[in-house]
Write a protein that binds this ligand. Sequence first.
Ligand code: XMP
Length: 512
Amino acid sequence: MHTNSILTLDFGSQYTQLIARRVRELGVYCEILPFNTSIDEILRRRPAGLILSGGPSSVYADAAPKLPAGLLEQTNCPILGICYGLQALMHELGGKVFRAANREFGLARLKVENTNSLLFDGIPPESTVWMSHGDHVESLPGGFIATATTKQSLSAVEALSKRIFGVQFHPEVAHSEYGKQIFANFVQKICRAKDDWTPQNIINEQIESIREQAPTGNIVTGLSGGVDSTIAATLVGRAVGARQTCLFVNNGLLREGEFEETLIAYQELSLNVRGIDASDAFLNNLVNISDPEAKRKSIGRTFIEVFDHEAMSIGDVHYLVQGTLYPDVIESISVNGPSATIKSHHNVGGLPEGMKLKVIEPLRELFKDEVREIGRQLGVPESIINRHPFPGPGLAIRIIGEVTRARLKILRAANKIVEDEVRHANLNQHVWQAFAVLLPIQTVGVMGDARTYEQVIAVRAVTSLDGMTADWARLPQELLEAVASRIISEVRGINRVVYDITSKPPGTIEWE
Ligand code: XMP
């Protein structure tokens, strides 16, 4: 348990995770807990400061989330309320919140009225902030003063003696010009929180914690070639060495050279890794299957069979490593329950039945960018750290219709051209994913003097922040032209290339 750090109570804002990230960027640990966490749980953490997030409610709504009972009386650390968090504080303390008919949404000019406010230390008298609220504070409880305003509302308040602060805008959002400075003022100057959240400390703490969790017995870890499983395994490897066995399964649906190259990268990281080529089992089980969900189920089943069989053969295995990240943890403890946006099919793999393994999750306190930073410190190559997401069912869901070895060969060759050309154009970091899809139709073409009747490749490239929504990437025409002409001249069986210009929603990133 982290003490003397910052605790954020989540009132349901879409920006809550950003609050934690802003605080952690300052080198201070920030944990997110639901707004209805008991006061005992809060006190146990001995927080250096509390942040109350925004949220969609009005304090006057029937089921409006309230501050935990006893919060203001029993905690003696500074508190910062943001948006709904501010309104909930004012409401509880006897101020008046105005129930607005219209929302104030977007950029606003903030005027600092009280230049002595520590929260606004170093911030110019006028700056731009991001607003997203309906209700706003109309009158203040005793002991509070207004420290900043916008044209439309009272935008910041404080009661220095009570060490309670509040802002109506969202300093956690990048559009708020001096948002980072506001967090630095609160966390460092007002709370004086412990600043030990550094990659090296996180690595040391995790290594120690893994050793405590698994003092004896063997550990099994499934590797996918992706960032999370690689870094989780590397941490466990540093903690327990060869007591960890990593299993990297070739399902026959990986990209050109991927199995061999990734296996070498794992060996260079000194991981105790077994490469298991189970291509035949996966591909045989996929014969005659065209339906996307049936493909996923078949691949999932085969994976569990192969993984369980190998894990059983290690002997004395008590633990399984999973690369769960902090956003999944927050999602699972959220008062609103797990969000419908999480897809169960993305959680490939499973606990070997009957082995009763305990789960070790070395990344469960970390955001993705923190995981990458730790990976760099651990010497994980950039090729893995910056790898685009690649679906567990692999190329099977990029071959529309039945998956055959012949079709896989065509898709691999075309996909390599797409990836190589995007990389050569230095656009790899700009796109979220770029890949080829093989379509189950033939079209007429002409090559030399001969008529051709061959298959079509669709090229898909998207930009995205999290894969939940995506836009089709406006790739340069010269790049698209190079991709198309190389695919048609180099990949036997393809005579036409099309570019997918569908966003998500309404489309999905993958075609199946
Ligand atoms: P969609 O196609 O749902 O994809 O827009 C969103 C992100 O998830 C990846 N994806 C998968 N990952 N197993 C996975 O491990 C799957 O079955 C799967 N389907 C989609 C996709 O590549 C994109 O990054």
